[in-house]
Design a protein around this ligand. Structure first.
Ligand code: 26Q
Length: 817
């Protein structure tokens, strides 16, 4: 028996042992789920072995630790991720095959860990994987939501939200740590004490406390380079509280208290903007922050015994303002609990904390009513007032008295019923404030943080997002990965960042382009099968697969894509003899449950889909499909099957985008605006290999100043007028002809997102797409060059930049063995 055979044998034995002793089944009676569990547990043993080694090594090295605080981690599935990063995927597949079980089927059993809404949450997951790969001593902190992002059902074309229950069958990847528990307080009041030295100290007596219990998930880096920990907190009621009440006969009260406490980690907020400043959300934010800071300070004191060197040993990264109350909590812990002088505590806090901004939309910037903050976190509000007073005093001392400026940079918004501005708080309390693409960072300096940036010009910096190539290339696209290894050698798996560019000459080789196109064809067939299983619809894999998958938002302009779809439909009907290029328009995405316009856009997509797919005069040249329940796993099937990637947000509004990178890496051509990271993709991939159209951020701003009435624009475009007219008249909604009158009129009279203004440019760019498709040599040359030139968009590069510029931690040299 050779080495690999014995590895397979051992793995098989381990799976069977897990099946028998952990699952309690024998192979004859095992269901798919039992096999999944046995395989996951067998895999987990290997993970844990590496985890132990890595933790021991971290403890020895005593490196500075990075703490990534995020309300969201959009992880998806872990089985293949772990197997693949441990180099055990083929072993596992073989072992399962010898047990007569198909890995491809079993892997689908695993529910997605959907503890996030979209890009920000997925970025946190990519970062965790890259930090483990780069062997940084990094910990993720988040909330173990019992229910992740809702499941989307499409009922009669409308989105319906259904509860997501990822933990129903248990979670093989997590380790409950009941011994790692902290108390988190809420409410109550603050009392002052005169200390021995005559100083005054404050202490907070919360009215209510909740326990945070740790659940640890190991995060495996590539080749098991390191295994880090994602620590998620679960809220539990204080045990004695329940019992006391219960014994006093207050049975309902006992349960109500428990429900109240535990509701904190019950469900992820299913919105990717802030609209509702709800108490429960603030409780979640503080719960995460307080438990995590207590935990990291305890670790720091255990390892170093002194808080004065905190910034040398600890870097805290805030994923947007959601955990920004950390600035205040750290001050409270240092000053009230560890008796550090206020000024010194502030130095330590600022030097330890950094903040990443992910949005510019002023209405999406988090702020909390002062009254709510006072009721829930009275001591924190005091500290906020103190920070603010010192901040404003410091400006006055610098002879800055401009009333407008002072109001703009204040932590308190006095214009909207007194609110605490979390963006300003995070800015003041952090030594680094970063945007997520070059354009976004520039706009941050010019708009939302204009005044603060002038006061602290060193703080704002850019860290363009990236994605992990392990998941978003190697795992999702094994065919292309195989081809890349054939062409470039196994080095491409170790250092895709530097190796992929060596693919460029292959773009000129017909034989290579053919093989490359064949991989795409196979991936399209897989997607077509999925669509057929789900909806019965047959897709033509010869057609351009034209894909827009992301949260539904007006600024992302799914409506622009739908208008193009309708215009194309009308053009085909009007001129059936032209040699139209066959297209499949693929949409997927969830709308926030309370976002009415977004939900109407989903209905419109489904109405258009039904009408066009059912119209025989189109002869299958155009198909439209809305795939329900978009999530990480669905993205993993769709992205490698895409020919065209739609990245068409109103310029200036998409901070970065990350699916744009995943598509391009897998060789889809982008049709997009000069927004977010598209700008940098265009620079690196070469403008001749994408389709850029539409107004720039600057032009958008100028156009908006002219007003949002689009009568002239529409009158100038027959195509647009006809498309809007058909939708407005109920052509796609005969059951309710007036359904879209409001939606169309909003585009005509109040087109905030420049859908009409960009329509003609978009149409023209789409015709360029058709033209390129009809010259396969050109299309596939561009596709290969996209893959070859996307290396820079690896999250390994992004994390290396955070490590160097923000965290000041060394990235250990890679040992390649
Ligand atoms: C805040 C308060 C209350 C309730 C919800 C929220 C909330 C939750 C999630 C606000 C925003 C989000 C998510 C934002 C997000 O995903 N932003 C995206 O981040 C990506 C990673 O940087 C970028 O690529 C995208 O451009 C950006 O839209």
């Amino acid at each position: 028996m050779n080495e690999s055979e014995s590895t397979v044998e051992a793995f098989k034995a381990s799976i069977l042992a897990k099946l028998r002793y952990a699952v309690g089944k024998d192979p004859e009676n095992a269901f798919d789920h039992d096999w999944f569990e046995a395989l996951a547990l067998a895999t987990r043993d290997h993970v844990v072995d590496r985890w132990e080694e890595a933790s021991a090594q971290l403890a020895r090295q005593d490196d500075k630790r990075v703490y990534y605080l995020s309300l969201e981690f959009l992880i998806g599935r872990l089985l293949v991720d772990n197997l693949s990063n441990l180099g055990l995927l083929d072993v596992a597949r073989q072992a399962m095959a010898e047990l007569n079980v198909e890995l491809e089927r079993i892997r689908q059993i695993e529910p997605d860990a959907a503890l996030g809404n979209g890009g920000l949450g997925r970025l946190a997951a990519c970062f965790m994987e890259s930090m483990a790969t780069l062997r940084l001593a990094a910990h993720g902190y988040g909330i173990r939501y019992e229910h992740g992002l809702f499941r989307q059902a499409i009922i009669d074309g409308w989105q319906a939200e259904q509860t997501e229950t990822w933990l129903d069958f248990g979670n093989p990847w997590e380790f409950e740590r009941p011994e790692v528990a902290y108390r988190v307080g809420f409410g109550g009041g603050v009392t002052s004490h005169v200390q021995e030295d005559g100083g005054i100290s404050q202490s907070w007596q919360p009215q209510e406390t909740v326990r945070a219990i740790a659940y640890d998930t190991p995060v495996v880096g590539w080749r098991g380079a390191s295994v880090n920990t994602l620590r998620l907190w679960r809220a539990r009621a204080e045990e004695n509280l329940q019992l006391d009440r219960f014994n006093a006969g207050d049975h309902f009260g006992a349960v109500a208290g428990e429900v109240r406490a535990e509701s904190i980690s019950r469900v992820l907020y299913p919105a990717d903007d802030t609209e509702a400043g709800q108490e429960l959300r603030l409780r979640q934010e503080y719960f995460l922050v307080s438990a995590s800071l207590q935990d990291l300070l305890e670790r720091h004191l255990r390892l170093h015994g002194d808080l004065q060197n905190l910034p040398q040993q600890v870097a805290i990264q805030l994923n947007d303002t959601h955990p920004a109350i950390a600035v205040v909590e750290l001050m409270r812990l240092l000053v009230d609990q560890h008796q550090i002088q206020w000024a010194r505590a502030w130095e330590l806090t600022v030097a330890s904390t950094a903040y990443t901004n992910h949005t510019l939309l002023p209405e999406a910037l988090e702020s909390w009513p002062v009254a709510l903050m006072e009721r829930l976190l009275p001591r924190h509000l005091q500290i906020i007032y103190l920070i603010n007073a010192e901040h404003i005093d410091a400006l006055r001392a610098k002879d800055i008295h401009d009333f407008r400026l002072l109001r703009a940079v204040s932590l308190i918004d006095e214009d909207n019923g007194r609110r605490v501005r979390m963006g300003n708080l995070a800015f003041l309390g952090a030594h680094s404030i970063n945007g997520v693409s070059a354009l976004h960072t520039r706009l941050m300096r010019d708009t939302v943080f204009r005044d603060l940036h002038r006061l602290y010009p060193q703080r704002v910096n850019n860290k363009t997002n990236g994605v992990t190539f392990r998941r978003w290339l190697f795992q999702v696209n094994p065919l292309l990965t195989h081809l890349l290894v054939d062409a470039l050698g196994p080095e491409v798996l170790e250092s895709p960042q530097t190796t992929l560019e060596k693919l460029q000459p292959q773009a000129e080789q017909v034989a290579f382009r053919d093989e490359y196109a064949l991989c795409r064809r196979r991936n399209k067939e897989a997607l077509a099968q999925l669509v057929q299983r789900q909806s019965g619809l047959l897709l033509d894999t010869e057609a351009i697969f034209d894909v827009q998958i992301k949260r539904i938002h007006e600024y992302k302009r799914q409506l622009l894509n739908l208008l193009h779809t309708v215009a194309l439909y009308q053009a085909i009907r009007n001129d059936p003899t032209t040699d139209w290029v066959p297209r499949v328009k693929i949409f997927a995405g969830k709308a926030a449950a309370s976002y009415r316009q977004a939900k109407l856009i989903i209905k419109l997509a489904n109405d258009i889909s039904r009408t066009i797919n059912g119209d025989p005069t189109v002869r299958g040249l155009l198909k439209v499909v809305f795939i329900p329940n978009y999530n990480v796993s669905l993205a993993e099937t769709i992205i490698p099957a895409a020919d065209l990637s739609e990245q068409i947000s109103t310029a200036g509004l998409e901070a970065s985008g990350t699916s744009n990178m995943k598509f391009a890496l897998n060789g889809a051509l982008t049709i997009g605006t000069l927004d977010g990271a598209n700008v940098e993709m265009c620079e690196r991939v070469g403008e001749e290999n994408l389709f850029i159209f539409g107004m720039t951020a600057q032009q958008v701003a100028a156009r908006q100043r002219l007003g949002l009435e689009m009568g002239d624009v529409v009158a100038d475009s027959e195509r647009l007028e006809a498309a809007l007219g058909a939708i407005r008249a109920g052509v796609f909604s005969p059951d309710d002809p007036a359904r879209y009158v409001g939606l169309v009129d909003a585009l005509l009279y109040d087109d905030r997102f420049m859908v009409c203004a960009d329509f003609e440019a978009y149409w023209a760019a789409q015709r360029q797409v058709d033209k390129r498709w009809q010259t396969p040599n050109d299309w596939w040359r561009s596709a290969v060059l996209n893959t070859a030139r996307m290396g820079w968009f690896s999250s390994d590069r992004t994390i290396s930049e955070y490590a160097r510029d923000i965290w000041q931690v060394p990235v250990p040299a890679r040992d390649k063995g």
